[in-house]
Design a protein around this ligand. Structure first.
Ligand SMILES: Cc1cc2nc3c(=O)[nH]c(=O)nc-3n(C[C@H](O)[C@H](O)[C@H](O)COP(=O)(O)OP(=O)(O)OC[C@H]3O[C@@H](n4cnc5c(N)ncnc54)[C@H](O)[C@@H]3O)c2cc1C
Length: 228
């Protein structure tokens, strides 16, 4: 049911780690005729714009922008996105943007996952900023772990109702979900424009991009999580 259902508060009573980024993610599909488009992210002054190819002539984009900027430009936001994309990819011809949608961006990390035999899964457990493209990865890792735990109890012949399956799931997933959620929050803060800190950030990023070990570790963590 996504991240915003009121049902979750009825299932679990407990505080969660919350933050309103006061940003909106504008998403859409772009049809193009370029030979190759690589998955990439551009840190524009209005906010990060990710390009995510999904077939030969299409890519999707995610542009995270300040809520006020979005509201002040809502009528021309698609055209603004179009000209930014044309500019960064050096496209001269017209491009088509379709399926545009917008999402308010929030951080919400639950500190309780279940009540009796009712478990929350997906965005309901952790809503994070899309800057690192990790939200659904966390959900998939949750599902993989839940499958392993349920298999373990069913092989012992213990009914799920009488098992510690949900306690085990909570214990084994909570730390990674919180560390990732907060890590993405720090990443978002790091990439926010700041005219005093930007020269230092550039230096740090240049050093990271030269360091193959750091790049390799960050790729492994993004792809496989912390329980590698
Ligand atoms: C802009 C953006 C970019 C993202 N990019 C990435 C990325 O690159 N990589 C990544 O790993 N993750 C990414 N994510 C995160 C990813 O989209 C979510 O983690 C994932 O969609 C969560 O799945 P979900 O099923 O929990 O919720 P959702 O995908 O939100 O699905 C919930 C569904 O339930 C439906 N629903 C709600 N209430 C009801 C109801 N009462 N009855 C019936 N249906 C209902 C909704 O309409 C919706 O279709 C991104 C998120 C955003 C907002």
């Amino acid at each position: 049911m996504g991240g915003n259902s009121v049902l979750y508060d009825k299932i679990i009573k407990g505080r969660s780690i919350k933050k309103d980024y006061k940003e909106v993610a504008l998403t859409g599909y772009v049809k193009h005729k370029l030979r190759t488009v690589k998955t990439s992210q551009f840190f524009l002054k209005e906010g990060p714009l990710a390009i995510l190819p999904f077939s030969k002539n299409y890519f999707s984009f995610v542009w995270s922008i300040n809520k006020d900027f979005y509201e002040n430009n809502s009528k021309k936001i698609n055209n603004l996105a179009k000209s930014k994309i044309k500019n960064i990819l050096k496209i001269k011809k017209n491009i088509q943007i379709t399926n545009t949608q917008s999402y308010p961006l929030k951080l919400n990390l639950k500190t309780k996952y279940f009540n009796k035999n009712l478990l929350i899964l997906g965005e309901g457990l952790h809503t994070i900023h899309p800057i690192a493209g990790q939200g659904f990865n966390l959900v998939l890792r949750d599902i993989k772990k839940l499958k392993e735990i349920l298999k373990y109890y069913s092989q012992l012949g213990i009914s799920f109702k009488n098992s510690f399956a949900l306690d085990d799931f909570y214990a084994q997933r909570k730390i990674e979900n919180i560390v990732f959620g907060l890590g993405v929050d720090v990443t978002h803060a790091f990439f926010k424009q700041n005219k005093y800190l930007d020269p230092f950030k550039e230096m740090i990023l240049k050093n990271i991009s030269k360091n193959n070990v750091v790049k390799k570790i960050s790729k492994i963590i993004s792809n496989q999580g912390l329980s590698i």
